[in-house]
Design a binder for this molecule. Structure first.
Ligand SMILES: C[S@@+](CC[C@H](N)C(=O)[O-])C[C@H]1O[C@@H](n2cnc3c(N)ncnc32)[C@H](O)[C@@H]1O
Length: 180
């Protein structure tokens, strides 16, 4: 239901962008089963990190680790792209800021961060509220200007934020593309 209502329309924006990446060294944070990895695996060098690395059965290296402690799990720091889809909703404000800073540190010059962040409006609020009330899972949504400020504070100079809409045009998340 959530997939069809929210994620599928967002994929119309995210997947073409991922398919356009070639020849990049990519770190995927919160890789899960590798749903989005499939779109970047061919033609790029990809590795992942997740608190639950066993979820990913793809033939790539997946580190076990925390998004807010990337530097402890991953030795190399010369990625062209750090991407993270539908993971930041598990991060509170402090963890999100740390994740953004750590992503910046993982990138080489000209590198890019691509991440989704749940919006504090429309379906975004409904989604985090339902997670708390019905499933007792703490999820977080953010204001667009706060996201921009945090991304710049992490050391990114060029920050582009696209609103991702759910069905019926209800906003629910952002796609942040940020470059050093
Ligand atoms: C909703 S799933 C998304 C998986 C995949 N990116 C996708 O879009 O299909 C969130 C993933 O983030 C991972 N995750 C959540 N919090 C994390 C954290 N603090 N550090 C690393 N991984 C985390 C979970 O284990 C899970 O695999």
């Amino acid at each position: 239901m959530l997939y069809h209502l929210c994620r599928k329309p967002s994929d119309g924006v995210i997947i073409p962008l991922l398919k356009s990446l070639t020849g990049k060294r990519i770190l995927e944070v919160g890789i899960g089963s590798g749903y989005y990895t499939r779109y970047v695996m061919n033609g790029n060098k990809v590795c992942g990190i997740d608190q639950n690395p066993h979820l990913c059965q793809l033939p790539i290296k997946v580190y076990k680790g925390d998004a807010a402690r990337l530097n402890e799990a991953i030795g190399e720091k010369n990625f062209d792209v750090v991407m993270s889809m539908w993971m930041t909703e598990y991060l509170n404000h402090e963890q999100l800021q740390t994740f953004l800073c750590q992503s910046r540190q993982m990138l080489s010059g000209g590198g890019m961060l691509l991440t989704t962040i749940i919006a504090d409006k429309g379906m975004g609020i409904l989604y985090v509220t339902a997670a708390k009330k019905l499933r007792h899972i703490a999820k977080y949504c953010y204001n667009i200007s706060v996201v921009e400020k945090m991304t710049r504070q992490a050391g990114f100079n060029s920050v582009e934020i696209k609103t991702l809409n759910a069905r019926l045009g209800l906003s629910w998340a952002y796609l942040v593309s940020a470059q050093i």
